[in-house]
Ligand binder design. Structure first.
Ligand code: PMV
Length: 324
C-alpha cells in the first residue's frame, strides 16, 4: 500500500480574511496577513485504498457527513488534476481542538495538500500547493509557509490570486502569540457558513471589503519595517471590524463568550499599564494575544489569573508544512 505523511502547523491571521468570491474555487474576497504557529498543527497520513469511497479518520474517529464530504470533494480535485481515480484513507491527528476557531482546518488541509502532492505525484510548486490547499479551506493556503505569511485576495475579474507567500519581516519584531482558550466545546457556526451569512445580510460587509486592502497594506509594511505598535493596532482593528460585520448580520451572530470579553478587557488594561499586547479572535471564542518575546511570559502570567480559562500557551512563529 503506497502511503505518505505530512505535518502542517496552524496559523492565525492578524489581518483577517472574511468573505468569499462567488463560484466554487473558494477564492477569498480579501487578502490576509498571518503568523504560522510552532505549537499547534495536524499530522496526516494518506494512502491509497481499495474501497468504493474515501475514508477520513480524525483523531482515531471515522468521520461521516460534512467533514467527510469536504475531504472527498478536495480529493476529487486532486484526482482530476492527477488523472488518477484511486480512493484514499486520510488519517489525521490534530494538536488543536477541532472546529473551535483555533484553525484546525488550516493545518488540516495544508497537511492533506502536501501529502496529496506526494502521493499523487502532482509536483506542485509551493505557490500552486497553496492554491490547492485554499480549495479545502481559505486559511490553509497560508499554512504551507512558515512565520509571517501574506495572502493575496482572489480576483473577481479573472479568478486568479487566492494564494499565499512568505513575508520577510524585520527580525526585531520577535513576536509571540499567547493563545488563550476560553471554551472547550466546538463552535456552533462554521466560518464558511458565518462568512456566507455575513456577506448576504450584513450592511457592514461592504465597508469591511472597502477598507480591508488599506489595513493589509499598512500592516504588511509595519511587519516589514519592525513597527510592532502599528502592526498590533491594525491586528485589533481588523478583528473588531470582522466581528462587527457579524453583529450587523440578520439575524446577528457572534462567537464571543463572556470569557472572551473578559480577556479582551484585560489585554486593554494591561496595555493601559504599559504592556505591548493586542488581541485577535477568529470564528470561535478564544483570544490570541500578539506581543513580543521579552514581555510574553509576564503578560501570560497576568492573563492566567483570569478565572475559567481552559488553557493558555505561548506560541512562537513556526515553520511551513513538511513531509515526515
Ligand atoms: O479558512 P476558513 O475558511 O475556515 O476561514 C478562516 C476565517 C478566519 O479564521 C476567521 C480568519 C482568517 O483569516 O483566518
Amino acid at each position: 500500500m503506497k502511503s505518505t505523511c505530512a505535518y502542517a502547523h496552524t496559523n492565525i491571521a492578524l489581518i483577517k480574511y472574511w468573505g468569499k468570491l462567488p463560484g466554487h474555487l473558494n477564492l477569498p474576497a480579501t487578502g490576509s496577513l498571518s503568523l504560522t504557529l510552532e505549537n499547534f498543527g495536524t499530522q496526516t497520513a494518506l494512502s491509497f485504498i481499495d474501497a468504493p469511497q474515501d475514508v477520513f479518520v480524525l483523531n482515531n474517529q471515522q468521520q461521516i457527513g460534512e467533514p467527510l464530504l469536504r475531504v472527498q470533494l478536495f480529493l476529487d480535485i486532486v484526482r482530476a488534476l492527477s488523472k488518477n481515480d484511486q480512493h484514499c484513507l486520510v488519517d489525521s491527528r490534530n494538536d488543536v481542538p477541532t472546529r473551535s476557531g483555533l484553525a484546525s482546518s488550516a493545518s488540516g488541509f495544508a497537511a492533506l495538500s502536501l501529502a496529496a502532492n506526494q502521493l499523487f505525484s502532482l509536483n506542485l510548486n509551493p505557490i500552486d500547493l497553496s492554491q490547492l490547499a485554499r480549495v479545502g479551506s481559505g486559511s490553509a493556503a497560508r499554512s504551507i509557509f512558515g512565520e509571517f505569511v501574506y495572502m493575496h485576495p482572489g480576483s473577481p475579474v479573472d479568478k486568479t490570486g487566492g494564494y499565499a507567500e512568505p513575508l520577510t519581516t524585520d527580525p526585531s519584531l520577535d513576536v509571540r502569540l499567547i493563545v488563550v482558550q476560553c471554551a472547550s466545546t466546538p463552535k456552533k457556526i462554521s466560518s464558511r457558513a458565518g462568512m456566507m451569512h455575513t456577506s448576504a445580510t450584513s450592511p457592514y460587509y461592504s465597508s469591511w471589503i472597502a477598507t480591508h486592502a488599506q489595513d493589509l497594506e499598512e500592516a504588511t509594511r509595519a511587519a516589514m519595517q519592525g513597527d510592532f505598535k502599528t502592526l498590533g493596532e491594525l491586528t485589533e482593528h481588523s478583528t473588531l471590524k470582522m466581528h462587527a460585520s457579524m453583529l450587523a448580520a440578520k439575524p446577528a451572530f457572534w462567537y464571543f463568550e463572556p470569557l472572551t470579553i473578559t480577556v479582551m478587557n484585560r489585554v486593554k488594561a494591561l496595555r493601559d499599564d504599559g504592556a505591548h499586547c493586542y488581541f485577535t479572535m477568529d470564528a470561535g471564542p478564544h483570544v490570541k494575544v500578539l506581543c513580543q518575546a521579552q514581555q510574553a511570559q509576564a503578560i501570560t502570567n497576568e492573563l492566567r489569573k483570569i478565572e475559567g480559562i481552559v488553557q493558555i500557551d505561548i506560541a512562537k512563529p513556526g515553520p511551513g508544512a513538511k513531509l515526515i
